[in-house]
Design a protein around this ligand. Sequence first.
Ligand code: PHE
Length: 450
Amino acid sequence: MKKRDQWSSKVGFILAAAGSAVGLGNIWKFPYTVGMNGGGAFVLLYFIFLIFVGTPLMLAAITLGRKTQLSVFGAYKSIDHRWSFVGALGVICGFFILAFYSTVGGWILYYFKNTLLGTLKTTDPNILGEMFTQLMNSPKKLILYQFIFLFITMIIVLKGITNGIEKASKIMMPALFIMLIMIAIRSVTLKGSVDGIRFLFVPDFSKITMDVAMNALGQMFFSLSIGMGVMVTYGSYLNKKENILNTAIIIPVIDTAVALIAGLATIPAVFALNFEVGEGPSLMFVTLPAVFASMPMGSFFCIVFFLLVIFAALTSSISMLEIAISYFVDVKQNNRTVSTIIISIIIFILGIPASLSLGTWENVNLIGRLNFFDLYDKLTSNILLTTGGFFLCIFVGWVLKADEAVKEIESSNVTFKLAKVWSFLIKYIVPIAIFIVLINSYKDFILSIF
Ligand code: PHE
């Protein structure tokens, strides 16, 4: 039997896992989702879910992977074959999530090209808004850039250069972090930014609704890359000596720090420069160029910023593609190259309607009220990932059993001081919390497609 690859060090794992977690979900999606869901109230719920649901689940996922040493489908199957459907769910989710992610990845590439040509030097909301709308109404460009994004993802995965990518993350990720801090500093020092800071951090409790909870939970799953099997699969390459406890905490901490700083880079500027906070998916694309325009050496920073975002997006998209492929290669024993190409083509085709959704196809709905972009977004974050997370905790808590999981965690000679608390969370609190929110997500989803 072929010996399985392992991360050469834990740093390799952390880089890959954090690379998967930190991406467009933090930089692009978090700020606009905060904007659309009442600001501080959303952020508060996000934090509650992060501490009581997301972090315990992160540990559960890594533990399951490390214990079985198998990618997600096999991990469930090896413990109880009836549960292999959860792995399958992750694989399906991989298709849809990348279809939608590559759409936005394409926008980033297009903006990067534009910043290179220096066409973004303005703080005028109307001009910047118009630029975004124009892109949304250029089907050829959208499809071309979506294609390029997917193509790069495919090449990285095909050539097996994910290793090189992880090494590059050592420089690119801290660079992105520093860049975001610089933008955040500019943003919070703009005149009139205080309202934005307040909007972000002071919760208006009347805004806490079931819908906001649903979006906060969905955003958390999306941002942490859990519920789909990425962390199970990545965890499976960890050797038995590594302490997985601190890793499971480091990743959510990094991920949330990036999201919050991206929020601080965007939202205060939205208030200071008179943009619209509930603007939706275009928020980052109209606001940040304006922040750069008001910064010394702004054009240079803008180019570097978009480049770093492309990098962050790619370290996430490769993890999605890996999950989609893992089933066909590990389980079905298909040829890796052929599978990767076919899957990428399918994802590309699935993604085209999403790319057209904010412009020419705005009112084209396959089912119900949602256009394709919204459909994929809701289907993945609020339904598939959340459902995957629900099954993950039931599985680890009750099928594998929390005690077994604790043994696995402690097998590397660490004492898990909070073992009891974690077991209680995984067995009771996490599933119940997800279940309550999930019922609402299903209801909302079903109502919007009929
Ligand atoms: N976490 C990634 C981001 O924030 C997106 C992602 C979701 C990646 C699910 C893999 C799996 O951009």
